[in-house]
Design a protein around this ligand. Structure first.
Ligand SMILES: *Cc1c(COP(=O)(O)O)cnc(C)c1O
Length: 401
């Protein structure tokens, strides 16, 4: 029997599109949003405060400041550290544009380094080689929900007096050597974008243990005012709020926090379900032709990958086509496959501005050409993961050399 791929006019592996990273909102979130609307206070207010408190407790940080995105948090991190023109910030090449863009926003230079092929996170050995007298900070990215080697990164940062600003966009609930991400650095930034493990449609959180940094973040995140709006409106005593620095408009609203509160309370359940589904994928892909690896996980017994991404690495030597064609074929089969990421040093702005060559970071280049991400969300049914496995097998079989 010959099988025709959907991309070539055949019948798709499933009838309905399995959307990549579909958010998981339930009745609790809906009721909370309605309650917020009816309360008459939809801006930053009591629910945002509650979400901050519960989030700080969940990750084990002293302070959490809710924002309208993770990108805002990364940018504020640069601002409160005083990073600016002439400074350099070390960033892995295999990440989302925002990680490096925020460095440009303050007039500094992102300096890319390669990743560790075992974790797909920043390679500590490469960090050391990239340090110059201008280096001010390192932004490790917990790729896909995998914890970076925070012990090594901490040591290097301490030895060279560098700040660590974590891009924990994928890492709500990630554990490194027994401690949650959010407990390691002066500034850790989480994303609650639509497709992240914890979603508020758009949103982010920055955590810190340092009261001086907390104070600066509070001021800068809302117009540079000496007191934030909610405090101003919820106290009977009149007081004038003054602009003390030219701040930003990065606050979260109570509508978003309404989603976040319930998403947070369900995180452990969501992660457990992701683990179940990923175990099924692991088993199904372990012997499949055309794949190199599927499991990028910590092996120390005290760390936890939260499986924001489930990544397949293709064995391109065994395939007639490139990775982009495999993604296109999966999309035609109604499987929402995605790419994380095209390395930043190969993207037009960074390539042309700093003259990077593709092979400057060979691991990132090779990974960037061979990985794809599969749908993995807690609400997926057994049939959904089976459909994904069947579609991957169908496509890889058709494209094998
Ligand atoms: C999603 C994401 C961001 C940006 O998050 P937003 O909340 O959309 O601003 C930053 N870094 C990484 C690695 C991401 O995946």
């Amino acid at each position: 029997m010959t099988v025709t791929l959907a991309i070539d006019g055949g019948k798709p592996a499933r009838e309905k599109m399995l959307v990549f990273g579909a958010p998981n909102f339930g009745e609790d979130e809906i009721a909370e949003v309605v309650d917020t609307i009816k309360s008459g206070w939809v801006g930053t207010g009591p629910k945002t405060k509650k979400f901050e408190d519960e989030f700080a407790a969940y990750v084990g940080a002293k302070y959490a400041i809710a924002l309208n995105s993770c990108t805002a948090g990364l940018h504020l991190s640069m601002v409160v550290l005083g990073i600016g023109p002439g400074d350099e910030v070390i960033v892995p090449s295999l990440t989302f544009g925002a990680t490096a863009n925020v460095v440009e926003h303050v007039g500094a230079r992102p300096v890319f380094v390669d990743i560790d092929p075992a974790t797909l996170c920043i390679d500590p050995k490469q960090i050391e080689k990239a340090i110059t007298p201008r280096t001010k900070a390192i932004i490790p990215v917990h790729y896909g929900g995998m914890p970076c080697a925070m012990d090594r990164i901490r040591e290097i940062a301490d030895a060279h007096h560098l700040a660590v600003v974590e891009d924990a966009a994928h890492a709500t609930g990630t554990i490194y050597q027994g401690r949650k991400i959010g407990m390691f650095s002066p500034l850790t930034n989480f994303s609650f974008y639509a497709n992240k493990n914890l979603s508020t449609a758009e949103g982010g959180m920055v955590t810190t243990d340092d009261p001086a940094i907390e104070e600066k973040l509070r001021v800068y995140h809302l117009h540079g005012l000496s007191r934030d709006a909610w405090k101003r409106y919820h106290t009977k005593a009149f007081s004038v709020s003054e602009v003390v620095v030219p701040g930003y408009k990065y606050n979260m609203t109570d509508l978003q926090a309404s989603l976040g509160l319930h998403q947070l309370r369900k995180q452990e359940q969501f992660i457990a379900r992701r683990e179940e589904l990923a175990a099924f994928y692991d088993e199904a892909f372990s012997a499949m032709n055309g794949l190199i690896r599927t499991q990028f996980r910590p092996h120390d017994g005290q760390s936890r990958h939260v499986l924001h991404l489930y990544v397949l690495m293709l064995n391109l030597a065994r395939l007639k086509v490139g990775r982009n064609q495999v993604i296109s074929a999966l999309l035609a089969e109604n499987i929402g496959a995605a790419l994380h990421y095209q390395p930043l040093h190969m993207q037009p702005y960074y390539r042309d501005t700093y003259g990077y060559q593709p092979d400057d970071f060979p691991v990132a280049r090779c990974v960037g050409e061979s990985v794809l991400s599969l749908p993995l969300v807690p609400q997926m049914a057994q049939q959904d993961v089976q459909d994904v496995v069947d579609a991957v097998e169908k496509v890889l079989t058709e494209y094998k050399v």
